[in-house]
Write a protein that binds this ligand. Structure first.
Ligand SMILES: Cc1cc2nc3c(=O)[nH]c(=O)nc-3n(C[C@H](O)[C@H](O)[C@H](O)COP(=O)(O)OP(=O)(O)OC[C@H]3O[C@@H](n4cnc5c(N)ncnc54)[C@H](O)[C@@H]3O)c2cc1C
Length: 476
């Protein structure tokens, strides 16, 4: 049986950030993930907002880790070469919302977050397209957007380069404890470890139960979104929130780090921990809400809808050691602002781990990741130079997002290799554009088949889904 010092369960933004920290120490660290890629569940489908931290209840773990996490996300997105944009945010309100903004301002002060109350004229200076009814706003300059899945993938890549291991398609099915060690059982084998870190998101409470640690009741709340074509990006400068309600931060209008615009999320309570199917009712509610803060809704420019699942345990994050099981550490119930908080949570989990295991910091470890070459960001001279030395730079596979064959091959050969169409899409954006893979999908499948040396029928979309399971026509 393979032995590790630490096993992290779950490869969302929290698990990958934790692994990234562990990999800087002389520790044998493994992350086990049930899906065929990291960032395949909640981390894949959220708003991607780097929250400033003004709205979290002062004194909560959410407030603490949001405020600590915000500057870390900005710093680490640079180190990891992940798309991000510190565009600020506004909470936009009409006359009836002034007292709500003042309440938020008080919370911001208590949390130590910089905000400014703006008049309508000042708001228009930041966001000319707020709705006509908006009379004031609360501006938070430290907010912005980041690509959530690229952040998690980049943490995973950096952790691997620094010596950690990741095992995909390895759902944890049992956790046993004997002689001071844990055995983590998966269909890919059993692994022994001194410390277990539960980062299993929507399944976090189940993992606790498997280990015999504290039992938590979990509830779920789905959020649906519209994604708009990148032609809408010119109309949105900043993240526009309504006043928050008990159900959450409300339906926002925001640019994405990759140049689209999103409207969402809704808040639909559900019992199903895998519920990520948007419904018409919820999308209709979204259509009604967007014009309350934003005056140029363009639902006809929608290129996709998606939905993400919030995992709620009590009213705050659950972060810390189990009081029942030694060396079992939990970071569960990580709903919003979990993306923003992840690097700060990871620092906390590293400290807790080092209380259990003595480990030296490695003398050399990688902080600044090699820059990704992206056709969209290159000058004409650079493109010409690259295409002359490698013809794959001259072959554009995804026309909407301008992604070359060279970039797709780089993704397939990255530290955590992309082995499915969705994994390629999340790394280089092939299939994320207006045609949603209608043109480039078959080419991506061919490239995956060739590079992985597998038949086309074995190339998966992601999460095990087949795309072309059999031939309908044989050609001589
Ligand atoms: C609609 C919505 C909008 C949001 N917007 C924002 C935002 O704008 N800003 C922000 O800061 N936060 C936001 N959040 C919160 C943020 O997305 C989450 O806090 C974060 O993604 C949670 O990450 P995680 O790693 O805990 O969970 P996940 O990303 O779900 O990762 C958990 C992983 O564990 C794996 N797993 C589960 N069971 C097992 C098992 N048995 N064995 C092995 N692996 C297992 C899963 O496959 C999954 O990959 C939003 C959330 C939602 C739903």
């Amino acid at each position: 049986m393979d032995r590790y010092d630490v096993i992290v369960i779950g490869g969302g933004i929290v698990g990958t950030a934790v692994l990234d920290r562990l990999a800087r120490y002389e520790l044998r660290a493994l992350l086990v993930e049930k899906c065929d890629d990291v960032a395949s569940f909640t981390t894949r489908a959220n708003s991607g907002i780097v929250h400033a931290g003004y709205d979290c209840e002062p004194g909560t773990l959410k407030a603490k880790f949001n405020v600590l996490g915000n500057p870390l996300v900005w710093k680490e997105a640079e180190e990891l070469d992940v798309p991000h944009l510190k565009c600020g945010s506004i909470v936009a309100a009409g006359e009836d919302g002034v007292s709500g903004l003042e309440e938020l301002e008080k919370k911001a002060k208590a949390n130590g977050v910089e905000v400014r109350l703006l008049s309508r004229e000042e708001t228009l200076g930041i966001e000319p397209n707020v709705a006509d009814r908006i009379s004031c706003s609360l501006y938070a300059p430290t907010a912005g957007v980041v690509s959530p899945y690229q952040m998690a993938i980049a943490y995973a890549d950096r952790a691997i380069l620094n010596g950690a291991k990741i095992l995909l398609e390895a759902p944890v099915t049992a956790i046993k404890r004997s002689e001071g060690k844990y055995t983590i059982c998966t269909p890919k084998g059993d692994f022994e470890t001194s410390v277990v870190i539960n980062c299993a998101g929507a399944h976090g409470a189940e993992i606790n139960d498997l280990a015999g640690a504290e039992h938590f009741e979990t509830t779920y709340r789905r959020g649906d979104y519209f994604v708009l074509d990148n032609t809408e990006r010119k109309n949105v400068n900043t993240v526009i929130f309504p006043l928050p309600t008990a159900a959450g931060k409300g339906i926002l209008v925001a640019p994405t780090a990759d140049g689209n615009v999103i409207y969402g999320p809704t808040a639909v309570d559900t019992d199903d921990c895998e519920d990520t199917a948007s419904t018409l009712d919820s999308l209709d509610a979204l259509k009604k809400s967007v014009p309350l803060t934003y005056k140029r809704p363009a639902f006809n420019k929608c290129i996709r809808v998606y939905s993400g699942l919030r995992t709620l345990i009590e009213h705050d994050f659950v972060i810390g050691r189990s009081k029942i099981k030694d060396n079992f550490i939990m970071t569960i119930g990580i709903c919003s602002p979990g993306l923003t908080s992840a690097p700060a949570i990871a620092d906390e989990i590293l400290s807790l781990t080092l209380e259990s295991i003595n480990a030296e910091k490695k003398k050399d470890y990688i902080i600044n990741m090699p820059r990704h070459l992206r056709l969209k960001e290159l000058s004409d001279e650079e493109i010409e130079r690259l295409a002359r030395s490698d013809s794959r730079w001259g072959r554009i596979v995804c026309r909407c997002e301008k992604v070359t064959e060279a970039e797709i091959i780089a993704a397939i050969n990255s530290p955590l290799p992309a082995t499915t169409v969705d994994a390629v899409k999340r790394r280089v954006r092939a299939g994320m554009g207006r045609c949603q893979g209608g043109f480039c999908g078959p080419r991506v499948i061919e490239i995956l088949s060739r590079e992985l040396n597998i038949p086309i029928s074995e190339v998966k979309k992601g999460l095990g889904a087949s795309i072309a399971p059999f031939r309908v026509k044989e050609v001589d």
